[in-house]
Design a protein around this ligand. Structure first.
Ligand SMILES: [Zn+2]
Length: 252
């Protein structure tokens, strides 16, 4: 009996490894699950349907946002995987959960329904600004490229506010988003019963990410830290928030 169980364990392990390996090959090679690929500057776009020309403009806008990051690397070549019929976004969703998009390694995977002309991705009736979504996910690719696999999330234990807050900081650069005091005031004034906070263009950000973004914005704009210093700093999230609110209340 014992030998029998050992044999099963062995077979199940081998099957599991085989499936995991197959998944990895598919994830690293989007072309296996897409009908088409189109190159735009340093981006390779994977898609099933005909490309909307407005996407190229949004990619260029996202690149301009990205260039403001100290982690920006002009050699970076990213894959942009669209949600237009391929199984690929579904596979990523199964592994990582539902989201507007995912950014990891050298890939940005859109998950919601994109409207390129009106510049948003819609998920469950909520809209996320497409240019800023692309820039957010691309920032995760920059983090990954700069810090490496072992020092990036989810492998490394980096607090969420530093990881997500920085992606928001890089991507949220509209005129109504650049001022920290205005952002904190908007967060305070928003309805606490809602999980999201709305912008002027009727797109949203989750309250959680908005909060993370203000913390990073406080460290960078007010305390004049760079992102490497923020990562190395050991001040707790709670302390940074207290400092930030003291600054907010005490300013003239
Ligand atoms: Zn993110």
């Amino acid at each position: 009996m014992k030998r029998q169980i050992n044999k099963w364990t062995f077979q199940i392990t081998i099957t599991g490894l085989y499936i995991a390996g197959l998944l990895l090959v598919i994830i690293l090679n989007p072309i296996l699950t897409y009908a088409n690929k189109t190159t735009h500057n340093d981006y390779t776009i994977f898609h099933n349907k005909q490309l909307d020309p407005a996407l190229a403009i949004k990619l260029d806008q996202a690149t301009d946002l990205l260039k403001t990051s100290e982690f920006y690397n002009s050699k970076l070549q990213l894959d942009i995987c669209l949600n237009d019929g391929s199984e690929y976004p579904q596979i990523i969703k199964t592994i990582r959960g539902p989201a507007f998009a995912w950014g990891f390694y050298d890939k940005v995977v859109l998950q919601g329904v994109a409207n390129y002309k009106d510049n948003y991705v819609e998920l469950n009736g909520y809209k996320w600004n497409l240019t800023q979504l692309l820039a957010h996910e691309m920032t995760h690719c920059l983090q990954f490229y700069k810090l490496g696999f072992w020092k990036s999330k989810p492998v490394a234990n980096i607090p969420n506010w530093k990881w997500e807050g920085y992606a928001e900081y890089v991507s949220r650069q509209n005129n109504d988003q650049k001022d920290l005091a205005r952002n904190i005031a908007r967060l305070i004034a928003s309805d606490k019963n809602n999980w999201e906070v709305k912008f002027e263009d009727s797109t949203i950000v989750s309250r959680e990410y908005f909060d993370y973004w203000t913390l990073v914005q406080y460290c960078m704009d007010i305390k004049k830290m760079n992102y490497k210093q923020i990562l190395a700093d050991t001040t707790s999230e709670q302390t940074v928030r207290q400092e930030m609110m003291a600054w907010f209340s005490g300013r003239e």
